[in-house]
Design a protein around this ligand. Structure first.
Ligand code: ADP
Length: 359
């Protein structure tokens, strides 16, 4: 029996409930086999759900027993269980990387589908949090981690185009509008083609969590790639999340995937802070509203997930212009309707995190 045969077979074992296999997730730490057909597999796992290790063990045993020449299978699972101490773990469980130890709250912004405004939300929410905290004399207290490695848009949206420096072997985030930001876009050339695969997401997330000097933060906002669930799973294996905000447009095409994406978080015990609807309507100068992408989609997703609709951001030319010019609307025009919605969503999120309500 050769190790490679066993490893290849393990590529057929999926993480329970997901489409990714345990090898590409990096969960398999060691494989040993001898000439008598004895095989042992060591797996390291972070989960608060006892069904996950049980299901994995059964699946690994079954898969390997089916291999020719295998007589005995031993599966060792090293399970990290949440300790329920906020400084070390949070709702989703899992240990915090050292560089995130002084981060009070960590939230992710996610969407099922691309192009719905997820990055716009992540950037505007981060800037809104910064302004709210500044008023409480808490400065330099917000981080923004752009994990959307397929199309990192944070650098453009937050107006940063320099390269980060390294200090004590850690990447120092770049700062604008008081927000400490880190994005793959700071590290790669804008025009170079990037063919990232699934496992790269895991690597990037691990690096952004473990090798970036985040320092002391009240809140870290993570912009996830639009996704099927794999990136989300990688994330919660690496960074315990206090919650996730689901962004959707009201459009029929967006709400189904938003709901599916959101359910991935429920599966891994990450609380859904609420649903935010973007591009909800276009308002003319007389105040008449046109519902270009339909109506009620955000509320429908929120109701289905039994969470609240955090707010509805209108379609606004200034949002698009602000994104392209690197000045988020909550900074350039904090009193306009759209900015007010971003502020109110940011306040509501803080309220929920502080009070641990509905989590
Ligand atoms: P995603 O991260 O979901 O792919 P983005 O945040 O990159 O989406 O947004 C896609 C485009 O839509 C960007 O050009 C952004 O400026 C624009 N956009 C997002 N929300 C709005 C809005 N409410 N009004 C006008 N333009 C918007």
């Amino acid at each position: 029996m050769v190790k490679e045969t066993v490893q290849n077979a393990l590529r057929n074992v999926k993480y329970p409930g997901f489409s990714r296999d345990i090898i590409s997730f990096g969960l398999v730490r060691e494989v040993n086999c001898d000439n008598d057909g004895n095989v042992s597999v060591n797996v390291a796992l972070t989960s608060s759900d006892p069904q996950v290790p049980t299901a994995l063990r059964l699946d690994i045993e079954k898969t390997l027993r089916d291999l020719e020449g295998v007589t005995n299978v031993t599966v060792n699972i090293e399970l990290s269980v949440p300790k329920n101490r906020p400084s070390e773990t949070n709702q989703s469980g899992g240990a915090r990387p050292e560089t995130l130890e002084k981060v009070r709250f960590t939230i992710a912004v996610a969407s099922g589908k691309g192009g719905v405004g997820k990055s716009t939300f992540a950037v505007n929410l981060a800037c809104a949090f910064e302004r709210i905290l500044s008023k409480q004399n808490k400065r330099d207290a917000v981080g923004l981690m752009d994990c959307d490695i397929y199309g990192p848009s944070t650098p453009l949206m937050i107006g940063i185009n320099s390269r980060p420096e390294i200090e004590e072997n850690l990447i120092v985030p770049l700062k604008n509008f008081g927000v400490r930001a880190m994005s793959m876009g700071f590290l790669i050339d804008e025009d170079s083609p990037v063919v990232w695969r699934g496992p790269m997401i895991m690597k990037t997330i691990q690096q952004f969590a473990g090798n970036v000097k985040w320092g002391e933060l009240e809140i870290l906002v993570i912009d996830l790639p639009p996704g099927t669930g794999d990136a989300q799973l990688s994330l919660v294996q690496t960074i315990p999340l206090d919650g996730v905000v689901i962004v959707t447009t009201p459009q029929e095409a967006a709400i189904g995937v938003a709901r599916r994406g959101a359910r991935m978080f429920t599966k891994v015990n990450v609380p859904i802070l609420g649903v935010a609807e973007n591009m909800s309507y276009l308002q003319d100068k007389q105040g008449a509203r046109q519902y270009i992408f339909g109506q009620g989609g955000g509320q429908q997703v929120a109701s289905d997930l039994e969470v609240e609709l955090l707010g509805q951001v209108p379609l606004d030319l200034q949002i698009r212009i602000g994104s392209d010019q690197g000045i988020p609307i909550v900074i350039s025009d904090p009193d306009c309707e759209a900015a007010k919605v971003f502020f109110s969503i940011a306040e509501r999120i803080f309220e929920k995190l502080e009070n641990n309500t509905n989590l």
